[in-house]
Design a binder for this molecule. Structure first.
Ligand SMILES: [Cu+2]
Length: 316
């Protein structure tokens, strides 16, 4: 299988998220807050393409540019938080982005349990939602929002749900997956540090799905989380419903770029039949995989498969 090769191309989609969703300013305005990611001297485990602080992905910080994500005590069946603004008070005014004022994404640290939900804002600035945290684990919650008068931000915070913890291994890389009876395939040639198209194609019962429904203003929403630190990348499609050129499937194309070599879990939300479905993929791109996500060869590898599980082998 040429899984690794094709996945390498895929990773590109992730980084484009920044440019398309948040604007370049968001990317370059960051202060250097992460140690050991400059110029490769620190030899980050993510491989040969080191990201620098001025391209720090979203979601790694709980507080940024004066805004802080603060979980709030809530009943067990609810998740609540607020965003403290530069003046220390909860922010109560937000711009609408992709139909919502707040996008809350959660996933366990092992990249399982992904959910994307939309909390309700109370007048005092508290956001509440039926808890998306599906069971015990070490969770990461991402608040993706734009305070009115400020720039878009993604803040992240750890949340522990006590109980029996079972770490799930990251599924092996694949270019096709199924969810709710749909088959979703992934094509593209991503490379860290470069933008390129990434296409997801939806079919059901062997037939292309050509009547995808707009969901939050697009035919698909793609979130990628980097294994190891859960760096957050949110990519929107190249084209919007009703723009005269974007078709409602079966293909949804994203322009994306991954910030570094490594393993990523991709989550594609799309709507069909009145329901939102989430297709998940593991992608390993460039350089050394960051861990167990490297596929384990079993039996003789077909042509092109010899790269599997070879840490440090570049795929560019
Ligand atoms: Cu959302």
């Amino acid at each position: 299988m040429r899984t690794v090769t094709r996945l390498a191309g895929f990773a590109v989609g992730l980084a484009a998220i920044f440019g398309t969703t948040y604007g370049i300013g968001r990317v370059v305005d960051r202060a250097p807050v992460v140690e050991g990611r400059h110029d490769g001297d620190a030899a980050p485990a993510t491989g040969e393409h080191d990201e620098t602080a001025d391209r720090l992905p979203g979601g790694l910080l709980v507080s940024e540019r004066g805004y802080t994500l603060e979980p709030v005590d809530a009943p067990a069946d609810e998740f609540a938080f607020r965003i403290a603004g530069p003046d220390g008070r909860p922010v109560t005014r937000y711009d609408v982005a992709h139909d919502k004022q707040m996008h809350l994404i959660v996933a366990r640290r092992d990249l399982s349990g992904f959910r994307h939900v939309h909390p309700e804002l109370a007048p005092d600035g508290t956001w509440r939602v039926d808890t998306p945290l599906a069971g015990p684990g070490q969770w990461r919650a991402f608040a993706d929002f734009a305070p009115t008068g400020g720039e878009p931000l993604t803040l992240g915070v750890d949340v522990t749900v006590p109980g029996e913890l079972t770490e799930r291994p990251l599924p092996a890389p694949a270019t096709s997956t199924t969810v709710d009876g749909y088959t979703v395939t992934l094509t593209g040639t991503p490379q860290p540090g470069r933008t390129s198209p990434l296409t997801l194609t939806v079919s059901r019962d062997g037939q292309p799905v050509t009547d995808l429904e707009p969901y939050l203003g697009a035919y698909g929403h793609l979130v990628a989380l980097r294994r190891g630190d859960l760096a957050y990348l949110h990519v929107h499609p190249d084209g919007t419903p009703g723009d005269g050129r974007t078709r409602p499937g079966p293909a949804v194309t994203f322009l994306a770029e991954v910030p570094s070599a490594g393993s990523y879990r991709l989550y594609l939300d799309f709507q069909h039949g009145g329901r939102v479905h989430t297709a998940e993929f593991t992608v390993v791109t460039g350089g050394a995989p960051t861990g167990a996500a490297a596929p384990t060869p079993s039996g003789p590898a077909p042509t092109g498969g010899a790269d599997h599980g070879t840490p440090g082998h570049g795929h560019n």
